[in-house]
Design a protein around this ligand. Structure first.
Ligand code: S3P
Length: 440
């Protein structure tokens, strides 16, 4: 199947239907990595089959695990109880989570592995992870420029550290904890604001004892080195970060009612839903249930009259990937939506503050950009732009959703990158009635 140069979203009639969210990206990476570190078989249901995850699956194989696809979303990882010396470069593609967590895991073993990624990943900072790992005793050989991929990691013989996070980041915390499993002593990570806790939860499922103590607004996570991981089963819940796109379309396209089933409702991931509710969104959760150690629910969004809000900066960690789609919906709200304390957005797959500001401005929306945030002024949205995405899946999907509710069609470039996190996005949206077309 050839990938078109552009996708174009046009004003659509009321959207309706029930869809399933694709598997959670964060949990999918972790299931493959922990499965590869463990002894024995890990059976995974609902794995996200996006390009980011497929890169991590190949990495797990390169480190000596056997990785088999049994059916749609059904994967089996057979680990050897540790990473083996890989041959060749570990190419993590576009995946920041993949490379950072894998570097942490690899640092715990006596192997040398060179990690690389695509043009976007090569621009992203790595020292935030390699710094603490180096303090534990891992060695890093930067192949081009310090702090950027490609880098060779030499691991083994680690000593535990006590790390206090200066950046609210689950990736950094997870890399340190993954290394800590094979470090001498007790590794501790203290977070001022709690970040997503999927690593901690999943390690327990693999038989690792992880301690979590409240510490102010955040917590201290600790684990003793030398613990063995045993293969287990992992049910991957639906990704709230992906569910956000069809739900956003439901909120802004007049007359719509869209339900996304099986969405993970871990409170460290649902800041967007809370914010939308404060904006007046008609968002209902039904069929709450537990699966794979996480709470899930079916989330229904109906077209709503939204009003602008000030998003509390301390909520950032629980919705850091959602500010782009929040900004797109804020364009339809009455008044200003103020988003601050989100400098981290500038070092994601792209500089998301800059690209959202540029894309929305091109669509006729007033945006004020700040170093660590931006404000979107709602009102009638014209559209009528071709948006440069710099290969960022969330920038592309945010503008396509916006295009469904505006006067003039909105096009995005590099649409193939949507498959990093949400393969099947276009078909799913079309199934709800969205007018999204491929163009040259
Ligand atoms: C992720 C953590 C977040 C998020 C990313 C996934 C994870 O990054 O942006 O998409 O799975 O741990 P940071 O922890 O760097 O904020």
């Amino acid at each position: 199947m050839s990938i078109p140069a552009h996708l174009t979203a046009s004003r659509s009639p009321a959207l309706s239907g029930r869809v399933r969210a694709p598997g959670d990206k964060s949990i999918s990476h972790r299931a493959l990595i922990l499965g590869a570190m463990a002894t024995g078989v890990t059976e995974i249901e609902g794995l996200l089959e996006g390009d980011d995850i497929l890169a991590t699956a190949r990495a797990a194989e390169a480190f000596g695990a056997t990785v088999e696809r049994l059916g749609e979303g059904r994967w089996r990882v057979t680990g050897q109880g540790g990473f083996q010396q890989p041959t060749g470069v570990i190419d993590c593609g576009n995946a920041g989570t993949g490379v950072r967590l894998l570097m942490g895991a690899a640092a715990g073993y006596p192997v040398t592995a060179t990690f690389d990624g695509d043009a976007s990943l090569r621009k992203r900072p790595m020292k935030r992870v390699t710094g603490p790992l180096a303090r534990m005793g891992a060695r890093f050989d930067w192949k081009a420029v310090e702090d950027r991929l490609p880098v060779a990691v030499s691991g083994g013989g680690l000593t535990a550290i006590d790390h206090v996070q200066t950046v609210a980041s689950a990736q950094i915390k997870s890399a340190i904890l993954l290394a800590g499993i094979n470090a001498n002593g007790v590794t501790t990570v203290t977070e001022a604001e709690a970040s997503r806790d999927h690593t901690e939860r999943m390690m327990r499922a693999f038989g690792v004892e992880v301690g979590v103590l409240p510490d102010g607004e955040g917590w201290r996570v600790s684990l003793r080195g030398g613990q063995a991981l045993t293969g287990t089963s992992v049910a991957v819940p639906g990704d709230p970060s992906s569910a956000a796109f069809p739900l956003a379309a439901g909120l802004i396209v007049p007359g719509s009612e869209v339900t996304v089933e099986g969405v993970m409702l871990n409170p460290l991931r649902t800041g967007l839903f809370e914010t939308w509710r404060e904006m007046g969104a008609d968002l209902a959760v039904s069929n709450r249930r537990m699966a794979g150690g996480e709470e899930l629910g079916d989330v229904t969004a109906r077209h709503s009259t939204l009003r602008g809000v000030v998003v509390p900066p301390e909520r950032a960690a629980s919705m850091i990937d959602e500010y782009s789609i929040l900004a797109a919906t804020a364009a339809f709200a009455e008044g200003a939506t103020v988003m601050r304390g989100i400098g981290e957005m500038r070092v994601k797959e792209s500089d998301r503050i800059a690209l959202m500001a540029a894309g929305l401005t091109a669509c006729g929306v007033r945006v004020e950009e700040e170093p660590e945030g931006f404000t979107v002024f709602g009102g009638p949205v014209r559209g009528g732009a071709t948006v440069v995405t710099h290969g960022d899946h969330r920038i592309a999907m945010s503008h396509l959703v916006l295009g469904l509710a505006v006067e003039e069609a909105v096009a995005v470039d590099e649409p193939g990158m949507i498959a990093t996190s949400f393969p099947g996005f276009v078909e799913l949206m079309r199934g709800l009635g969205a007018d999204i077309a491929a163009s040259a």
